[in-house]
Each structure stands twice: as C-alpha cells, then as structure tokens.
Design a protein around this ligand. Structure first.
Ligand SMILES: *Cc1c(COP(=O)(O)O)cnc(C)c1O
Length: 377
C-alpha cells in the first residue's frame, strides 16, 4: 500500500489566508511578514502551503532545511528564502551560492562565507537576545556586528533574534528581551549600520501583543492556527483558525466475532458479547500511536465514535460496536468533523500524551493533501 493514499488531509487555504490577515492586522501594515515554513510547514506539507503563501504575498519564507528550500524552488516558489541556522559552514556557503539567504551565527562562518563567495552575498545576522541557543549574545554583539561589517563580499541584509516562550508567565521575560534587542538595533542604526530587515517577533510575541520597532515579523505557529502556548493564561488565541481540517483514512476490512471468541486484538479475549472489528490501512508507519495508559483514542465512522483497539505498524483496529453496516471503503475521520461529532488535534495529542504540534509532526509527510476550497487546484 502506498503510504500517501492511506491517509488524506484537507487543508483549508481560506483559514491560512485568514490567519495571515490576522497576523498582518496585529503586526501592523508597515511590518514585513516572513513566513516560517520549517519542518514541512509544521507538518502541513510545505509545497502547497508555500504556494499559497506566495499567492498571499508574504515577503519571504524561512526554513531550517536546505532540502526544503531546494524543493520549493523546484516547485516555482520565487520568494526570498531565509535559512535559519541549519548546518556547518561548508553547507551554508553552498546554500548561499544557490541563492538562499543564510543565517550567520558565528564569526568564523561570516569569514568563511566572505572568503569563498565570488560576488556580494546577502546574509542575515542572528543575535541571541536571551534564549541562549543560537547567535551572538547581545552583550558582545556590538563588536561582533562591527567586525562582520568589515568583511568583504557580504551584504548584511538583515538582523534578527528569536524569543519563543510557551507560558504566558514568560511574557515579562520576552518583553524585556525584545526591548533590549530593539535598543541594540536602534544603536546600530544610529551608528550608521543599515539593515533592510530587522526582526524579533515570532508567534508568541505577536499573539501576546508585544511591540517593537523592527520592520518585520517571522511567524510560524499562528499561520497554521496553532497556538505556541502550552499555558496561554491571559493570551487570547481564539481568532486563529486551524489550517488542517480533516485527516481521513478508510475501512479496508471488517470482521464479526461471536460471544466467547478468544480474539487477541485490543486484549478482548473471551468476548462477553459479539463484536465487530474494523481495520484501517493506517498505523505507526503513518505516524499514529497507541494512546498512553489510561487514555482512549477514538475515530469517527458514519458520524459515530469508534474506539481504537490497537495500532500496529501498518494497521489500526477499531471497535465498531453500535455503528451499523460499516463496509470496506467507508471513510474514517481521524481528525475533523463527521456529522455532529468532532475529533480535535488537541484530543489526539491528549490521547498520545503530547502537544498538538508534536502530534501533527508524527504524521507529517505521511498523508496526501487535498484543498477544501474548491477554487484551488
Ligand atoms: C521557528 C522560528 C520562528 C517562528 O516561530 P513561531 O513560534 O512558529 O512563530 C521564528 N524565528 C526563528 C529563528 C525560528 O526558528
């Protein structure tokens, strides 16, 4: 069985457009929008998402994967593509030569790019304003920027930082770090260092309605209607619309078992009453997982909930108790609406004991994509 046909997703491009509109409204119309499409567009399938974002006229795309960036060029994406820090210096030079915009995170990298490229090459500088991960720490960043500006062959197009947080309680931390970065960029500008792009706000800062003087935002989560917060507290994310609407599989087999049957599936040995079992051609190979101890996972068949009994490599079995006349070929909703019932991404994530984005990432790249909006191809 071809994996891509085992699960099918409906992508709501109108919801994507609505989220882009919301982001632009919060950010203000003078801010450029860099759309983060890393990790296969947060599991949504990078090619159709990038095509839609290009139609929505975002200013640039950003990813941490050179392969993803190359794939987009093969599919007619002409937007500038920023590469977040993704590899060692040699690969980064290669990426710059191919026309992608690399992120410089340390001086040796800037020097190596400067010494290897044949013509002026655009780069972005990454400042660590407090996360403690990539880039030059703010305290020493002034000298660092000055040294990089002295290198030949580099066009220092942008400067940015990243301040993600997942708990509304960290809003003060982000506010303070954002202001520090903002001041730093102002100082650089006053000293004559010019950047066409300055950027510090991702989904968290934006949705928490923080303010800065940068001229761009770089947003991922919010584009896809995903909340970046595990503990949102007072931060309102209700206007975001989920972009992945349905994940559908289907029934490939059903079997009826008499009372007393010793069937092993789902540990049902010695059935106390007759049962009907349905089988889906979808399993761990497609990112599905067993629910964690003490939790249930359900799917929707004919508008009714069916409990998942087992998940194996290529199959999932469900209990068809109380659902009449299910036959092979019937659709099975893993995520989304069927009649009055709905399975949300957060309920799947709950069953698996993970965050919604993690649940989506498990299934990323393992489904084929359809558009819900008939005007799209
Ligand atoms: C992923 C990423 C973003 C976007 O973050 P979201 O929380 O998804 O909006 C912005 N900047 C950098 C450096 C990133 O890695």
């Amino acid at each position: 069985m071809n994996q891509s046909t085992a699960v099918c997703a409906d992508i709501d491009f109108e919801a994507l457009a609505s989220n882009v509109g919301l982001i632009r409204q919060i950010a203000g119309c003078d801010k450029q929008l860099i759309a983060s499409i890393k990790a296969n567009a947060y599991g949504h399938s990078v090619v159709p998402i990038a095509q839609a974002l290009q139609d929505l006229q975002v200013d640039a795309l950003a990813t941490g994967s050179l392969e993803e960036a190359q794939l987009l060029r093969q599919h007619g994406i002409v937007l500038p593509i920023l590469l977040f820090a993704f590899a060692d210096t040699e690969l980064t030079i290669g990426a710059a030569t191919e026309g992608f915009i690399p992120t410089v995170t340390h001086f040796q990298m800037a020097k190596a790019i400067s010494g290897s490229v044949k013509s002026t090459t655009p780069v972005y500088l990454k400042i660590d304003a407090g996360l403690g991960r990539l880039g030059e720490p703010l305290d020493s960043a002034r000298k660092w920027v000055e040294r990089i500006f002295q290198l030949p062959n580099l066009e220092i197009e942008g400067i940015y930082t990243h301040l993600p947080f997942s708990d509304a309680k960290q809003r003060d931390w982000a506010t303070q770090r954002l202001q520090a970065f903002d001041r730093f960029v102002e100082e650089l500008k006053n000293a004559g260092y010019q950047f066409s792009v300055t950027q510090a706000m991702a989904s968290c800062c934006l949705l928490a309605r923080l303010k800065d003087h940068c001229n761009a935002v770089c947003v991922g989560h919010a584009l896809y209607g995903l909340s970046p917060f595990s503990w949102p507290g007072s931060i309102d994310v209700s206007q975001l619309r989920p972009v992945i609407k349905n994940l559908k599989s289907r029934i490939i087999h059903t079997s009826r078992h008499a009372e007393g049957s010793d069937i092993a599936v789902g540990g049902l040995y010695g059935l106390k009453r007759p049962r009907t079992i349905g089988v889906l051609p979808t399993g761990m190979a497609h990112g599905l997982c067993k629910p964690v101890e003490g939790r249930d996972m359900t799917v929707l068949i004919r508008g009714k909930r069916a409990k998942v009994l087992s998940v194996s490599l290529e199959h999932t079995t469900v209990d068809l108790d109380g659902i009449e006349e299910v036959t092979p070929g019937d659709p099975v909703t893993l995520l989304g609406l069927d009649g009055d019932e709905e399975i949300s991404l957060s309920s799947i994530a709950d069953a698996w004991g993970v965050q919604p984005l993690e649940a989506l990432m498990r299934m990323s790249g393992r489904f084929s994509v359809r558009s819900m909006n008939t005007s799209d191809a």
